[in-house]
Design a protein around this ligand. Structure first.
Ligand code: ADP
Ligand code: MG
Length: 327
């Protein structure tokens, strides 16, 4: 395992003309962590990642790797490597030559670079495809090659911009397990950009939720999920209801809501949607103040006492299930 350094953003800022894409963000990534930058399209994730890679200039602030300011170093001198969304493989080069390419640029002799490339292909389980052209590979296989190509430079930080978005859902889940395994084996920091909350929850040790060029909340994944600080984070992570109460808005997980008789309930509502999800059934009720609230019931709980559309229900939750949100 390599000795992975810490990565730190200090008041990191990116502007394109009048557009502020990244607005003075600060965060310290623990060494050897799997971190996800999560947020809606346009919130500044890719700009952040490209600044770390050195493919975009830093407008203000800095990026420290192991305490060293890398903000203005050329990409190849930073100790980072990027895996692109579209893989960007050279179509006319074989798999092994694609992987060896950056070593060729560095002037490494052919035998040595092919040896390293073969090791990398082994790491991503693609040794059998070394002589093929990229066009003869499936999407998942191309992705493995792109990974091998990024890892051959022995980066301390691997940057991945929506690496799974081009794959079908089944392969996406398989490849995310592969990414996690690789990160664990290599012990280096992965910074993975995604707009998918499932993907972030499945992969990340640390999660950085971005909104409008700023970090809305960041920390250990489970801590963020268990205690979203704002309505935006609660909604974006999913599986939470944001409910306005007289004391202010709270987040209540949909699996912490129970349905019962309207009398004596915390809130009353009418069922507007029933969605069967196999292991669970999601029931949505419209409650006072034009709010929708969703309860996720285990299938057995639902089918033991089924509810109908339009039925009046009461919503119940334990005190400790509600987290106060800041505006
Ligand atoms: P994300 O990856 O979260 O979707 P981006 O970092 O790509 O977000 O974009 C953040 C903001 O910066 C958006 O408003 C986008 O339109 C703008 N932006 C991104 N790249 C450029 C560019 N090269 N020139 C001008 N504006 C850009
Ligand atoms: Mg992007």
């Amino acid at each position: 395992m390599q000795n992975a350094p810490d990565l730190e953003f200090v008041a990191l800022t990116k502007s394109y003309g009048d557009t502020i894409a990244v607005d003075s963000i600060g965060y310290h990534f623990a060494a050897g962590t799997y971190a996800c930058l999560l947020g809606p399209s346009g919130c500044g994730k890719s700009s952040t990642l490209r600044m770390v890679a050195g493919h975009e200039t830093v407008s203000n602030g800095s990026i420290l790797l192991g305490g060293r300011d890398i903000s203005h170093l050329p990409p190849a001198k930073r100790g980072t490597a990027m895996m692109f969304q579209n893989y960007a493989l050279f179509p006319h080069l074989s798999v092994i030559d694609n992987v060896a390419f950056s070593l060729k640029m560095k002037g490494v002799d052919r035998a040595t670079r092919l040896g390293h490339a073969a090791e990398m292909l082994d790491l991503v389980d693609m040794s059998d495809y070394a002589q093929r052209l990229p066009s003869m590979l499936s999407g998942g296989q191309q992705q493995r090659v792109a990974l091998a190509r990024a890892l051959i430079t022995k980066p301390q930080v691997l940057l991945l911009d929506e690496p799974l978005s081009a794959l079908d859902p089944f392969l996406r889940i398989r490849m995310r397990a592969e990414l996690k395994r690789l990160q664990r084996e290599l012990g280096i920091t992965f910074i993975h950009v995604t707009h998918g909350q499932d993907e972030a929850l499945a992969l990340a040790d640390e999660i950085v939720v971005m909104n409008n060029a700023k970090i809305e909340q960041a920390g250990k994944t489970r801590q963020v999920f268990e205690a979203p600080a704002t309505a935006f984070v609660a909604r974006f992570l999913g599986s939470h209801n944001v409910i306005s109460l007289p004391g202010g808005p709270v987040a209540v997980r949909s699996d912490a809501l129970q349905l019962g008789v309207p009398e004596g309930a915390r809130m009353q509502g009418k069922i507007t949607n029933i969605e069967y999800q196999g292991t669970h059934v999601a029931l949505t009720a419209a409650v006072a103040g034009d709010q929708d609230v969703t309860a996720l019931l285990p299938d057995k709980v639902f089918f033991d006492a089924p509810k109908d559309l339009g039925e009046a229900v009461g919503l119940y939750w334990e005190d400790q299930a509600a987290h106060a949100l800041s505006a």
